[in-house]
Design a protein around this ligand. Sequence first.
Ligand SMILES: [Zn+2]
Ligand SMILES: [Zn+2]
Length: 141
Amino acid sequence: MNRFNGGAAKRHRETKQRQIVLEAVQAHRDHPCAEQIYEDVCKIDDKISRGTVYRNLGCLAADKKIYHVRVPGADRYDSRTDSHYHIICMRCGTVEDVPLDYREDIDLTIAEMTGYTHLRHRVVFEGLCNKCLKAEAEQGR
Ligand SMILES: [Zn+2]
Ligand SMILES: [Zn+2]
């Protein structure tokens, strides 16, 4: 194999790996962490390294193909890329979307108040999910 073909083959493999990682994130609706994605990807490509999966998650988030959700505990990833809010259960770590429209008016207000541009905000609500609340109630019986 000459040098040119070697490079093309490597690029092809990198593109394929990125696609597998992207599809693994898109298969989820529950905001998986990087480790979950790594485990899913391993089932398709058992030669892929953890570092490659993590690096691809970073690239995909930078390209806005997926959304990086910063929550306490671990970094999560989301196939939804529009601005939206999240809620995390402080007991089990479940992360869900909050059915509340993104409040662009807050960005405009803050921009006016501070002179900052390119405003956006991220909100993670914290609470106890229904499942954990039920488990707690059963324990208390
Ligand atoms: Zn919970
Ligand atoms: Zn989300």
